[in-house]
Design a protein. Structure first.
Length: 564
């Protein structure tokens, strides 16, 4: 039937309708956009402006021309990429083996291996570099003590590959665990029922379905290696990388333009890779859960392969555990490699020097964590449940900070907040702001994932009964996403306590950070003191996580997104 000639034309929905109808929502959107612009875009703008400004204030690209025409900086770029490729490959392989073993092979000691796979996440960023020096350095327990070798090849690419692989394979493991748990084991069973051997079923079914996760985890680790600062500054030696060079140029040599240019060169590939990874995971959905009955406990490997996988996980876990035992042992050795006598001097010195810093670090992390979690959940709620102009911009800005290298963030904050009207340098506020806006993507991601599992009809019922957005969020949505809220908060707390690359630019005599203090002790070769401080930091982190788990009822798999 044709519509009547005089029928009124339908009007397009007003994109500002929800904002004008709910003033509190409008205020929240504007407030969040201002904060994201101020603490994310503005520092980036200052970094880019500094790298393109001559001494007389005019526009210039001389600093980039200088960087690309000098062997030293071209070598740092090549080294960063080479290190990233190797570490991403090794970490993804190990992460996949662990994830496959725990989700598909049914090996023994799953809880232990799962713990070992996420333990490096809650460690100081250069703890493994310190352990490598104690074990394999010139006075190392294994090289000098057991093998009587005088080695100097530890520093550089070889040592960095070892410590970065151990520190970053959990990122691949967490990504791949979710992917592999989403692949129905019945698909392998069907392939084997059709005559395929278990090995062929793996290479034709499981592996192809997990390729997006493999590629995504590879990119995540590549970015992590590219932006790593703590390990290269300790173990880099003559192996220059971009993150350390940017720091040295900016702080050590006082060449602000060249330091910002190197930070921008580090920024471009990390941001590109980050959003390319997001695109892959968003548009290549290989999940095969259909809602039908599935035998989730099916083991898709034979007994020989199962034993091989168990042995691999056991040996690698023992290797990782060795580094933690080394740190604990180093806390009680008077002078590692020279005087092996027992002592408590390092604890006494660390107490005098580090107690105030530990208190400050814990205080700032506890202040920033709830702010980060609440802001992340509010942004997630607005992005998922509301429609308004600028919605995609808010989502983009909230996730952008996760892709920005810490070195670039630190330099940007120094340039942006060391002058009026935002003179914040040397204060606790600038550190809290750095923690919040570096970690808010964690809350956003966990909030979006949780909200997508909740039917909007529940919230619509509240709205139909007269509740506004703020009432519905507080009394309906937030209780439903409570596990994700506390999981995101816990993970944000861990990242705040173990931060280094950004906050090393922002600490002051009044507000220092524990990781910066550990780095300072390591650089002056007080390895025993550095071991004590690293050990104390791990203990504090574990204690806080245990308290949160006890109070909230969360499990380890809920916090770190690992196998159940």
């Amino acid at each position: 039937m044709s519509s009547p000639k005089n029928a009124p034309a339908l009007k397009a929905p007003n994109p500002f309708y929800q904002l004008t109808r709910e003033p509190l929502l409008l205020a929240a959107v504007l407030f969040l956009l201002v904060l994201l612009g101020l603490f994310i875009l503005y520092p980036l703008f200052e970094v880019a402006r500094m790298s393109l400004t001559a001494k007389d204030g005019s526009f210039t690209s001389e600093v980039y021309e200088y960087v690309f025409t000098h062997v030293r900086y071209r070598k740092a770029i090549r080294n960063s990429v080479l290190l990233g490729v190797i570490v991403a490959t090794t970490s993804t392989f190990i992460g996949y083996v662990f994830a496959f073993s725990l989700t598909r092979a049914g090996i023994r000691w799953k809880k232990f291996f799962n713990t070992m796979a996420i333990l490096p996440i809650i460690s100081p960023p250069f703890m493994f570099a310190l352990s490598v020096i104690l074990l394999f350095g010139r006075n190392g327990l294994i090289t000098a003590g057991l093998l009587k070798l005088d080695v100097t090849g530890l520093y550089g690419l070889r040592g960095l590959v070892i410590v970065q692989t151990i520190g970053m394979f959990p990122m691949a493991f967490m990504t791949l665990s979710g992917i592999l748990q989403g692949i129905d084991p019945d698909l392998d069973t069907c392939a084997m029922n059709l005559g395929a051997k278990k090995g062929r079923a793996f290479f034709t079914v499981t592996l192809p379905l997990s390729l997006p996760g493999i590629f995504a985890s590879w990119l995540i680790v590549f970015v992590g290696s590219l932006t790593d600062f703590g390990n290269p500054i300790i173990l880099g030696g003559d192996f220059d990388v971009l993150s350390v060079q940017a720091y040295l140029e900016f702080t050590g040599m006082g060449n602000l333009a060249r330091g910002t240019a190197l930070a921008i060169l580090l920024l471009v590939p990390t941001v590109a890779v980050f959003f390319f990874q997001k695109y892959i995971m968003k548009n290549k959905t290989y999940t095969t859960i259909t809602g039908k009955s599935s035998r989730r406990g099916v083991v898709v490997v034979g007994p020989v392969v199962k034993n091989i996988l168990f042995a691999f996980c056991l040996l690698f876990s023992a290797f990782v555990l060795m580094f933690y035992i080394t740190i604990i042992s180093g806390s009680f050795i008077k002078l590692w490699g020279i005087n092996w006598s027992f002592t408590l001097e390092h604890f006494s010195y660390s107490w005098d020097v580090g107690l105030k810093t530990m208190r400050n670090t814990l205080f700032l992390a506890l202040i920033s964590t709830p702010i980060t979690a609440i802001m992340g959940m509010v942004i997630a709620y607005i992005v998922v449940r509301k429609k308004f102009p600028g919605k995609h911009l808010m989502e983009f800005l909230s996730m952008l900070s996760y892709a920005i290298p810490g070195t670039c963030v630190g330099i940007g904050y120094i340039l942006a907040f060391n002058k009026a009207p935002f003179k914040l340098s040397g204060t606790a506020f600038i550190l809290i702001a750095c923690y919040v806006f570096r970690n808010v993507p964690i809350g956003v991601e966990s909030g979006i994932a949780a909200l997508k599992q909740i039917s909007p009809d529940i919230e619509e019922s509240s709205t139909n009964l007269g509740g506004d957005s703020s009432y519905t969020f507080r009394n309906i949505t937030l209780p439903l996403i409570r596990p994700s809220f506390f999981a995101g908060a816990t993970f944000a707390f861990v990242r705040s306590m173990t931060a280094i690359s950004a906050i090393i630019f922002l600490v002051s005599a009044r507000w220092n950070h524990m990781t910066v203090l550990v780095l300072a002790q390591t650089e002056i070769m007080r390895l025993g003191v550095a071991s004590v401080m690293s050990f104390a930091l791990i203990v504090v982190l574990l204690a806080v996580i245990m308290v949160i788990m006890r109070l909230t009822g969360l499990k380890q798999s809920q916090i770190f997104g690992t196998t159940k």
